[in-house]
Structures are given as structure tokens and as C-alpha cells.
Design a protein around this ligand. Sequence first.
Ligand SMILES: O=C(O)CCC(=O)C(=O)O
Length: 270
Amino acid sequence: MTTKNNPPKSAYGVLERVVTTTHTDEVVEQVQNVGYAILETGFSEEQLDGLRASFQKIRELYIDTFGAEFLKKLDEFHTIRAPMFYGDSAFLGLALNRDLMTIVGRLIKGKFILNQQNCLINPPNKDYNQGAWHRDLPYQHFVSSSPLAINALFCIDDFTTSNGATYVLPASHKSEEFPSPSYIQNNAIQISAKAGSFIILDCMTFHSGGFNSTPIERRAINHVFTIPYFKQQVNIPANLNPENLDDIEKQILGFSYAEPKSVTDYFSTR
Ligand SMILES: O=C(O)CCC(=O)C(=O)O
């Protein structure tokens, strides 16, 4: 059992120290050290209700488009892939949130792009596809000195211990292997977070949705940002009208990183 309610403030033998002055600094420091942190956005209840309405609308449209039976067969019924493709700017706005862009830009060195955005629904009293330990770069067992990928999980609803709030294994982005069952039992923590926050994860931090034992769904929207060398889950530039986007937004959405189709094409980018 660990508690941290009143840690000592003084120190000795210290020559160097990290300085944090803003919430952004604190989030960056914590993600670097333990692989996760909560970013508060300050969204109002009205903004949150707007996002919840967008979530519900897109969900109905998505099920109408692909069919409930088909999605269930693929274990995709509780996920909405690339919600920003369906014309509601709320999803694009969330992916390009200014505070989030600052954090991702400080965590991933150099340029980064949005790799994927998904609406997630953790259903009441049912297993679901995010309810198992994983990294967001699955099948990868390496340690990098700075993140290659960051997940920003936006809480549409409050995340609580009873509705299956996300579990993490702190600092597991610093170990190659998935730990033993006893290590998980002793070290996993569950992140309670208010609706409107982003849970920021180093994608190599092992995490899992928890079991939702309430009668109400727990909803979230994840965003994976990566260095531009990784291909997107679904090609965003091919599915999004860039008309109202500025150059930085286009870059983050991957418009600047299409593979050249030929050597001549490649030369034209130089
Ligand atoms: O639903 C959750 O709490 C976990 C989401 C998750 O695992 C993911 O976005 O990769």
C-alpha cells in the first residue's frame, strides 16, 4: 500500500532540479517519468454537453453506415473509427486542442502527426476490446529515451473506479517486457479523472480499460500522435477536406507526409 498525502518538501544532496511553473510543465514532467498524467482542459459543462451530443450523433450515423451486426462481428461495436471524417468539426477541434498540441509538441521531439482518433464506449457490465493490458504501439518491446507516440484519452464522462476508469502500470514505458501478474497486482493504479480532462499516456506505458460495473456507459475519445514515420491507422488526408485548415494543422493531420509516388515526385519535395 502506498500513500502520498504529505511528502517531505525539503531535500539534501541535490545539485540539480526540474523546475515547473505551469500545469503544462507538470504534465510533461509526469508523463516523462511515470508514463501518464492528467491534462485539465477547463471545458465548461456547456462545451462538454456539445461534445456528448456530437458523440451520440456520430455513433448513430456510424452504426447506420456500417451496420450493428457487422460491427459486432468484428468486435468493433464499441469503437467509432476516425469520427472527424463525418463532418462534425467538434472532433477535429478536440484533436487540435491548443494545450494538447503544446504538450504533445514538448513530449515528442521534432514533428508529430495524428495517427488515429477513436470514440470508445466502455459498456456496462460487459467485457470490451480495450479492457486488456496493451501498449498503443502493440507488439513492441523497446525503450526509447523520449516518446515516439503519445495517447491523449479525452474523458467524455467522469472516469471513476466503478465505471472502469483506465488502469496504468506506472513507468512501464521504461521496461521492455510486460510485467508478471504479481507485479501488476501490486503496482497497477486506476486513474480517476473528471469529464473534460485528457489522460496523457506515453504509448509504451501498459494500460487497460477497467470493468464498468455501473449501469451507465463510460465514454472517451482517444488520440494517438506519433513521429511522422509511422503510418496512420486510416489515411486522414485522403478523407478530410483541408479547406479551412492552416499549415500547422495540415502538417499535424499528415498532409505534408504523403509518400512520394515516384523518385521524380520525391525530388519535387526537396
Ligand atoms: O478505455 C480506456 O480506459 C482505455 C483506452 C485505451 O486503452 C486506449 O485508448 O488505448
